[in-house]
Design a protein around this ligand. Structure first.
Ligand code: CA
Length: 368
């Protein structure tokens, strides 16, 4: 009914425009039928994260031929970074962009859909979402809040973070003040660290002033831009706490369900396309940025010691079980995640990880 009414109106407007132009009168530009607002957790212009949200909105407008227009607001412009989920849930805005672990206080099970310590890499989490039932489970988790989630990006395997001192043993986490979100933060707390959750815009100053001893953010592409090398000189890998973080777009249920089916599909399809684009941007940019950090900024690139990784893995396993025990939905999600991880892990070990070990000697970072 709505769609027929819309088509009739469009037809009338088009006919009027043709008539107006035939008479030499100025063409009337039709207003978009759906005007939405999107709020995000990202600082303005932050590459791939905020620009990915901007790109999403622009492409929805293009693909819908102007029927749908989404105005994007960066963190703090309309609502605070950590208020995005609530704004979408209560219908203040129609959609938002962020990462599930930012809403852990309200929706504990959301954490599994962003990043799990020693969990999925990007291939694994995307396989889970699109081919392993993960997205349906995610929809179930957000349903009580009237929010519909979609994967909208992936950072790839992140870096372990920036530290003001060298990290030699697991005991070096004791008393360490570190900005680290999500389940990874809970593992650092278990190791004796003091965990601080700060949105992107506040991290550098805190690190520089020594309010933080360490921080993680994303990977070389973003970390270089944030200038963390000016405040901490030890740069550790791998990002065990975020091995393939999924970024999300969320739609208010009522707003989404009020759209004609083709616009819903446009939102879903552009989200999936942005998910792919985002991972490609990280993959394409991280290597050169890492080289620049080493050669131009004299950063000490170090791998976490093996014994420290073993200890953190054990603590991560305990943490995940404890978190899963806190509510039935987290337990359901954790068990499904774990089952699918075992399935893709068997293949990933034989395929990607074995392959990269073989060709690893081709890639050497150069000091200036
Ligand atoms: Ca991170």
């Amino acid at each position: 009914m709505k769609r027929r009414e819309f088509l009739t109106k469009t037809g009338t407007a088009a006919a009027a425009a043709v008539a107006a132009s035939a008479l030499g009168a100025p063409a009337v530009i039709a207003q978009p039928k759906y005007q939405w607002k999107m709020v995000t957790t990202w600082p303005p212009n932050m590459p791939v994260l905020q620009t990915g949200a901007d790109r999403f909105a622009k492409r929805v407008e293009e693909v819908s031929e102007g029927r749908m227009k989404i105005q994007v607001f960066a963190a703090g412009e309309l609502v605070p970074a950590l208020g995005v989920f609530d704004a979408v849930s209560d219908g203040t805005v129609e959609c938002g962009s962020g990462a599930g672990y930012y809403w852990a206080g309200k929706v504990p099970a959301a954490q599994w859909f962003s990043a799990v310590p020693f969990g999925f890499n990007p291939q694994g989490i995307n396989a889970w979402f699109y081919s392993g039932g993960g997205l349906q489970l995610w929809e179930e988790v957000y349903a009580p809040f009237n929010v519909i989630p979609r994967p909208q990006g992936n950072t790839g395997v992140q870096m372990g973070g920036w530290f003001r001192k060298e990290m030699k043993t697991i005991d070096d986490f004791k008393g360490l003040k570190m900005r680290i979100p999500g389940l990874g933060g809970k593992v650092v707390a278990k190791a004796g660290g003091t965990v601080v959750l700060l949105a992107g815009g506040e991290i550098f100053t805190s690190l520089e002033r020594g309010v933080l001893d360490a921080t993680e953010w994303v990977g070389p592409l973003h970390d270089l831009r944030m200038g963390f090398y000016k405040a901490a000189s030890y740069y550790y890998y791998p990002g065990w706490h975020e091995p393939g973080t999924c970024l999300e777009v969320m739609f208010n249920k009522k707003a989404y369900e009020g759209l004609p089916r083709d616009l819903q599909l446009i939102l879903d399809t552009v989200a999936a396309e942005t998910n792919l684009w985002s991972l490609c941007e990280f993959e394409a940019g991280n290597g050169a940025a890492l080289q620049s950090l080493i050669a131009d900024h004299n950063v000490n690139l170090l791998q976490f010691p093996e014994a420290m990784m073993d200890a953190l893995r054990k603590m991560a396993e305990e943490t995940l079980e404890e978190e899963a025990d806190k509510d039935p939905m987290s337990r359901k999600v954790h068990d499904a995640y774990k089952k699918f991880k075992a399935q893709v892990g068997i293949w990933g070990t034989v395929a990607d990880s074995a392959y990269f070990k073989v060709i690893a000697d081709e890639y050497q970072l150069k000091k200036s």
